[in-house]
Design a protein around this ligand. Structure first.
Ligand code: FES
Ligand SMILES: [Fe+2]
Length: 377
């Protein structure tokens, strides 16, 4: 018997978006492909210009799997791979991927054989031997409302094209963003693939039943919207009115916004002009380093600032850590079949849908090309 389909006006044959195949979160070959196709070619947050405001200051970071550093060369901000061009020793120790700051005495000496580089990257001396012209490998560096980004692909489009409008929007909420300093940092190794972490970050479908503090005392959940636009995913909401806030506001402002910048950075403006950032650094198919930083007006948090930071870490962040680690364990199971994603025709998510998760899948598919698993095309 023939089955007749009823055609709904406006309906399309486009397949409904689904969660990614489980092995995308566990397969080392997928992570290798992501490192080459995504992390080695995209802008990623590493810190703030205030960390390299003085000549000779150095900021180290790991973006994807690449060690890099940013240096103030007499007022010029430069960035290089953190790799000596002799036999490859790291020039600065990478104690964490979180961004360590160091001072140089005006030059950079490799700890291995004591080759010395100028701050513009050119080799100054190889222990009195002539070894010819040698220069550190440069990486692109740029800033957005004072926040520093690097891109290890020197041919990449400018940061302003990767995150159009974000600098202006951050500055509209936090006018002093460009002069803020690092007030607090915490790093946390998460037992989950980086995509599980950023998918969780970019949906608030879980907020009403998980983030009770966030949805009662930080933002109004009914107003939460997540709008994917190319390589930026914008989160907007109305902050709860001052008297309902779970924390005292450092500045009298209800404005809230978050800007996720593909693939592994996000800038958040919490009510009270509380500027904070997320970075995700993949450490393996099922491990990711979370770097959580808050940017206020001094290096030590005031009591008011500390209360916001603690509330966020002890509620929203800790709640999400449990979710993503549990999800990683679940997708590893032979019993998991990727399910349908809940989306809206508008493509804009509220607390009742997860449209940006589908958008992240589209970004992944287009970045990986032929390396993308056939069953997820
Ligand atoms: S590896 Fe740096 S001086 Fe030899
Ligand atoms: Fe969450």
């Amino acid at each position: 018997m023939a089955v007749h389909q009823t055609l709904v006006p406006g309906a399309t044959d486009a397949p409904k978006p689904r969660a990614l195949p489980a092995h995308c979160y566990t397969d080392p070959t997928i992570l290798d492909a992501e490192m080459s196709a995504i992390f080695a070619r995209s802008w990623q947050l590493v810190g703030h210009v205030s960390q390299v405001s003085e000549p000779g200051q150095i900021l180290t970071a790991v973006v994807g799997d690449e060690p890099v550093f940013v240096v103030n060369d007499n007022g010029q901000i430069r960035a290089f791979f953190n790799v000596c061009q002799h036999r490859g020793h790291e020039l600065f120790p990478q104690q964490t991927a979180g961004g360590d700051v160091a001072e140089t005495p005006g030059f950079i000496m490799c700890p291995y054989h004591a080759w010395v580089y100028r701050l513009d990257g050119r080799l100054a001396s190889a222990r009195s031997r002539d070894v010819g012209e040698v220069c550190l490998a440069p990486v692109a560096v740029d800033q957005l409302a004072g926040l520093l980004f690097v891109n290890v692909d020197p041919g990449a489009p400018p940061l302003a094209e990767h995150a159009p409008g974000v600098a202006e929007e951050v500055l509209a909420i936090v006018p002093e963003a460009g002069t803020r300093v690092l007030t607090w940092r915490r790093t946390q190794l998460i037992d989950a693939n980086w995509k599980i972490a950023v998918e969780n970050y970019n949906e608030c479908y879980h907020c009403p039943n998980v983030h009770l503090s966030f949805t009662s005392g930080v933002v109004d959940p009914a107003s939460y919207r997540i709008k994917p636009e190319g390589t930026v995913i914008r989160h907007t909401a109305t902050g709860v009115e001052g008297e309902r806030s779970r924390y005292a506001r450092p500045v009298d402002s209800d404005a809230y916004a978050a800007f996720y910048i593909w693939p592994a950075s996000s800038i958040q403006c919490y009510p009270g002009q509380a500027l904070n950032t997320y970075r995700w650094v993949p450490r393996g198919p099922d491990q990711t380093l979370l770097v959580r930083e808050w940017w206020f007006d001094g290096p030590e948090p005031t009591d008011v600032q500390r209360a916001i930071i603690d509330l966020d870490w002890n509620t929203t962040v800790s709640e999400d850590l449990k979710l993503v680690e549990s999800t990683q364990r679940g997708v590893r199971s032979r019993g998991y079949r990727p399910g349908p994603l809940v989306t809206e025709p508008s493509g804009i998510a509220s607390v009742h849908s997860e449209d940006a998760v589908a958008h992240l899948g589209t970004l992944l598919r287009s970045a990986l090309g032929p390396a993308w698993p056939a069953e997820a095309r």
